[in-house]
Design a protein around this ligand. Structure first.
Ligand code: FAD
Length: 276
């Protein structure tokens, strides 16, 4: 499995210590030759400078680095200025999202959904960017059901997405079912599973509630039982996630995208277990 394609996601650090650590983590992860790094973007553009500065710092490794970009709350002209700046800086890959505004701020902006952002980028910039979009094997939390969400996912692909990265999940069947359904709907782009390493139960439970990812009962029970025993949590997490990745790759997943949370250890352990 030495040819497994991997990519790693970061967020813009908020402190000087976080910034310093980013460079160490970057170098550790660059050592396994990922296809790309990506950097998240805050609601309503709140991390705009942080995202760009982080992209530039990660790119020093020579690894292609993609900023995430969300359209919610932004005007077409703001988006065009940001995209032109990215293009001028030699950025060639983007993760194009609707994003979420903090509750109470409404929808705002001129583009309502990610398919409209993808269409806008294609209209204004042609094929200047490789566009990644988000996919939800367990359904986006706001979607009425999986059928509706799949229809909306297909719209993003038809608007010109090149590739998709999924929300994380712990049930490989959800991914395989989603891929079968979108293939039947004519989508041919690669759908890369998003992988969340397990290192901390309370944080994982909080994230999973917010983004609609299900933690299976057997994993939850085991993590609860470990309490504050971080070593056992990490050891169990490494085993569970390595098996999930193995299953996904054996079932035809075209690569793996790790939500690193700016930590190298847990993602690297899994990647090494896969023989990369
Ligand atoms: P969309 O594809 O627009 O979908 C949002 C909802 O609207 C879904 O319920 C969908 O079914 C529905 N919908 C879509 N199109 C239509 C339409 N045309 N008409 C009617 N309904 C429609 N968030 C951040 O804030 N920053 C990040 O950097 C970030 N990175 C992410 C990276 C990945 C890989 C993933 C999976 C998620 C990321 N998110 C990020 C979270 C994401 O912003 C949220 O999940 C957000 O709620 C949806 O964004 P989207 O691009 O998937 O939206």
């Amino acid at each position: 499995m030495s040819s497994t394609t991997v990519s790693f996601e970061f967020f813009p650090p908020k402190t000087p210590a976080g910034q310093e650590k980013l460079l160490t983590v970057r170098d550790q992860l660059a050592a396994v030759s990922p296809e790309f790094f990506s950097v998240t973007y805050g609601a309503g553009g709140s991390t705009q400078d942080g995202t760009l500065n982080t992209v530039l710092a990660l790119r020093e490794t020579g690894i292609d680095t993609a900023p995430h970009l969300s359209c919610i709350g932004a005007s077409r002209s703001e988006l065009k200025t940001l995209l032109q700046n990215y293009k001028d800086k030699g950025i060639r890959r983007l993760v194009a999202l609707r994003g979420d505004l903090p509750s109470g701020m409404g929808m705002g902006g001129e583009l309502r959904y990610a398919n409209e952002l993808v269409a806008f980028i294609r209209q204004e910039f042609g094929d200047d960017f490789i566009l990644e979009v988000a996919a939800y094997p367990e359904s986006h939390p706001q979607a009425a059901n999986l059928d509706v969400d799949i229809k909306n996912f297909v719209r993003k692909c038809q608007a010109g997405a090149d590739s998709a990265i999924t929300q994380y999940f712990f049930n490989a069947d959800a991914y395989f079912y989603f891929v079968d359904r979108v293939r039947a709907a004519g989508v041919e782009i690669p759908i890369i599973p998003g992988i969340m390493p397990i290192t901390n139960y309370s944080k994982l439970a909080r994230f999973s509630d917010a983004c609609g990812a299900e933690i299976p009962r057997w994993i939850r029970k085991q993590l609860e039982a470990y309490g504050d025993d971080t070593d056992s949590i990490c050891q169990f997490g490494e085993e569970v996630i390595s098996r999930l990745c193995q299953q996904l790759l054996e079932g035809g997943a075209p690569g793996l995208h790790f939500y690193t949370l700016n930590q190298a250890g847990a993602s690297l352990a899994v990647v090494r277990n896969l023989g990369k």
